[in-house]
Design a binder for this molecule. Sequence first.
Ligand code: NI
Ligand code: MN
Length: 223
Amino acid sequence: MALDITYLGHSAMLLSDGKHRLIIDPFLTGNPKAAMKAADVKCDYIALTHGHEDHVGDTVAIAKANNATVVAAFEITTYLGEQGIKKLEPGNPGGRINTPFGWIAFTQAFHSSSYQGRYMGMPCGLVAHLGERTLYHCGDTTLFGDMKLIGDIYKPDVACIPIGDRFTMGPELATKAAELIGAKVAIPIHYNTWPPIEVDVKRFAPTAITVKALPPGETYHVG
Ligand code: NI
Ligand code: MN
């Protein structure tokens, strides 16, 4: 088994084991770096880190078009239910949800979470196990010491780490985050989408970890 990870711009990632497709934080419409149109997304599962517009994005349209299951914080799934989404898997940090491809676990994140003024529960990171590989998507967060614990527990092969500063870690804190998590490969996310989060990706330089700064649309294969 193996895992293909396609970066769709900002924090959106499409994961596939060749049979199942999971999209995380599908913000495509209005995303200047989007590598795909929402109408072209084919997926079974959608997972959301938190309720901000640049992460929920096209969730309602994609879920309806694909009859996809949405994994998200309890408050977000309540909102999505009101929008007519039927297949919902609510959770909260510490929880793990079993899926046909493996599982998705919620971790903590230090951030906020609201949508059009409505409280959307805890912001989260997500650990996805797909294709017998494990990916940790940090969501929007600053650095925290328990990233080491998350790395020890889930042993991710790949970590997707926000580096854009202002709303999340900047590259220097993200460098420390990558070293604490200890995944062999780190993919920077949540940067260069707009001027306030423009950074030089070269400043994200963890020791003994391969940085894969994927241009939007590019796929990284974990064999
Ligand atoms: Ni956010
Ligand atoms: Mn964000």
